[in-house]
Design a binder for this molecule. Structure first.
Ligand code: TRP
Length: 335
């Protein structure tokens, strides 16, 4: 591992419970990436601290996210799956990169504006420099490609800008990462408001289907999904956002095209269709849920993988960090 192949980096925040949006939009597609790339997938727990967390719940959720990565099929012996907070280089590089990032740039980040509006009582400096920590995550491993959704594109762009600026001063220190342009995941919208992305932190539990929801819950949520008053199962995101979202989910779960789905439900009502989507999603999640249950009992297996991968990540990160420290003129360690 980690020789001549290109490096791919991604991760998710350990905030909230993963939804089928995270699965169909990202996780499912991460599974095949390691055929072509050396992959690192982080549990981004430092990023989660920008929002106040209950420590015991947070710790449990981060571990659960790690287990879900593995349960979804990512092999922790072929992919470096690790906790961001276990590799000290993330925070150390982030500080150095902070000094190469302009406030003007950070002021333009749309996610910062959105999140500050949402958490008006806790607009902390971490929320502001969030993109710099993300740049550090990516640059620390000399990543070549990063699969990110539309909402993270701007963060990848600032990462490229920071890396380019640094390289301009000190020579080729960082690999400039590219967005991953392979098969893109599905865009899953909220079941209660199909104009909005399905989110792990939605306050309405009926808006999102969580990866660990049981079959009855899943079916109930799809039955209640907001749709239009028409009866035709037809993909038309502007005109029929609710039904189009269900078509997108069903197509992704069953590996079908939108046209195939339309044909399958021609002449059938929304009730039949919603039930079919619920059943398809439940059976898609079943193997992962079973694996998750099994893995949750195998504490020492997961512990060993965490330890191994932490060390691997730490080794790679240290290499970049030492180089950066030397380039900017920090005093070298005496051995
Ligand atoms: N900000 C990302 C999100 O909320 C998570 C993340 C943190 C990430 N660091 C990253 C994703 C580095 C890709 C690469 O989805």
């Amino acid at each position: 591992m980690f020789h001549d192949r290109k490096i791919l980096y991604s991760g998710m925040q350990a905030t909230g419970n993963l939804t089928i949006g995270n699965y169909l939009g990202a996780l499912k597609n991460w599974n095949s990436l390691n055929e072509e790339y050396d992959c690192l997938f982080g549990v981004m727990d430092l990023h989660s601290l920008t929002v106040r967390q209950n420590p015991a719940e947070f710790r449990q959720r981060a571990r659960s996210l790690y287990t879900l990565y593995v349960a979804s099929g990512l092999d922790p012996e072929k992919n470096c799956i690790y906790f961001q907070s276990h590799v000290s280089g993330h925070a150390e590089l982030a500080w150095i990169l902070d000094c190469f990032t302009y406030m003007g740039e950070l002021n333009r980040m749309t996610q910062f504006k959105d999140k500050s509006a949402k958490h008006a009582d806790n607009i902390n400096a971490g929320l502001y420099t969030y993109p710099v920590l993300m740049a550090a995550d990516i640059l620390l491993y000399q990543s070549d490609v990063v699969p990110v959704g539309v909402d993270q594109k701007q963060h990848l762009e600032i990462t490229r800008d920071i890396a380019g600026r640094f390289n301009g001063i000190y020579g080729d220190v960082f690999t400039i990462p590219e967005p991953y342009i392979g098969r893109q995941g599905a865009h899953v919208m909220s079941l209660q408001n199909p104009e909005k992305k399905m989110s792990k932190s939605d306050e309405n539990p009926n808006a999102s289907v969580y990866l660990l929801d049981d079959t009855d819950t899943i079916i109930r949520k799809f039955k209640r999904a907001v749709t239009d008053s028409d009866t035709q199962v037809r993909y038309a995101p502007e005109e029929k956002p609710g039904i189009s979202n269900l078509i997108e989910i069903y197509a992704a779960a069953e590996n079908k095209t939108f046209e195939e789905v339309e044909k399958e439900f021609e002449g059938k009502g929304y009730g039949d269709f919603k039930l079919a989507v619920g059943e398809a999603v439940a059976s898609m999640l079943k193997p992962m849920q079973e694996k998750y249950k099994e893995l949750s009992k195998e504490k020492s297996y997961i512990d060993s993988r965490i330890k191994e991968n932490d060390e691997k990540a730490q080794y790679m990160a240290d290499k970049t960090l030492r180089k950066v420290q030397k380039k900017v003129g920090l005093t070298e360690r005496i051995r």
